[in-house]
Design a binder for this molecule. Structure first.
Ligand code: SF4
Length: 263
């Protein structure tokens, strides 16, 4: 039986960040001492996962990239990128304009997050240092990013699942002809739920992500503001709460816009 490909030590394993779920450990143990168990949703992000500087940046990148992905499907995206291309004199596939936009979309959330952490750290009296606070609180980005990603893809699922039955009935598309633009539009318009119902589900997902983000801020924030400082100490976390509100509001606004599909 091959060993753990990521060199995890079972007796000391408290988080699954580096586990690929290959199952080698469970299959290899001759005494069946290794088993799979479900944990409470977000348990690691809220409390148990060890924070690392590089992983903090990765989490922020996920938040930025999910937002950027949604942004490129906004109706005004093509206009924006064309204007930018005109400004810098680019034509063709607009790779430079796209890269500049991507860079800006990556920098802005990181700058806002860094500002929120800096303010929190100052309000807490500079107890832990900016870098440690930055790393500790970065888990806030995960539920915000994941909730938006799920909500965005729920929109895709609802708009694009109208033909699932046909695909299952004829998986190889035998004797089918390519669809025209009107037929494609008609199929996408055949959403199984109303727009309002889809939006309500999307908003519920964002609300869940926001609540988990608040739990992360509350639990991990204790390490930043210090144990036993009570309500006033926790007021130092207000900038982080504002960051979570801003991210959720931005995501909600994007979900309220019509989504442009690319064929
Ligand atoms: S399932 Fe077990 S063996 Fe596989 S990566 Fe995770 S800890 Fe390692």
């Amino acid at each position: 039986m091959p060993p753990c490909p990521t060199f995890q030590v079972m007796g000391r394993m408290t988080q699954n960040t580096y586990c690929t779920s290959c199952g080698n450990c469970a299959r290899a143990c001759p005494h069946e001492n290794v088993a799979w168990r479900l944990r409470p949703l977000s348990a690691e992000a809220v409390q148990s996962a060890r924070p690392h500087w590089d992983e903090a940046w990765f989490m922020l990148s996920l938040l930025a990239l999910t937002g950027f992905h949604g942004l490129t499907m906004m109706p005004f995206w093509e206009g924006w990128i064309s204007q930018l291309a005109r400004l810098i004199g680019e034509s063709g596939r607009l790779l430079v304009s796209f890269s500049i936009s991507l860079g800006a979309a990556m920098v802005l959330p990181a700058a806002l997050y860094a500002g929120a952490v800096w303010a929190t750290e100052r309000l807490a009296g500079g107890r832990r240092g900016f870098r440690r606070a930055f790393t500790q609180l970065a888990f806030t980005a995960l539920p915000l990013a994941f909730a938006y990603h799920l909500a965005h893809n729920l929109g895709h699922l609802m708009r694009e699942s109208g033909t699932v039955g046909e695909v299952l009935a004829n998986p190889f598309g035998i004797d089918t002809l390519p669809l025209g633009a009107a037929a494609r539009h008609g199929r996408m318009a055949g959403v199984p739920l109303t727009q309002d119902a889809v939006f309500a589900l999307q908003a519920a997902l964002l609300a869940l992500g926001f609540v988990i983000a608040l739990r992360v801020i509350r639990r991990r924030g204790v390490a930043v503001v210090g144990e036993g400082r009570g309500g006033w100490g926790l007021l130092a976390l207000a900038p982080m709460i504002l960051f979570a509100i801003a991210a959720t509001g931005w995501h909600l606004w994007m979900l309220m816009q019509p989504m442009v599909m690319r064929m």
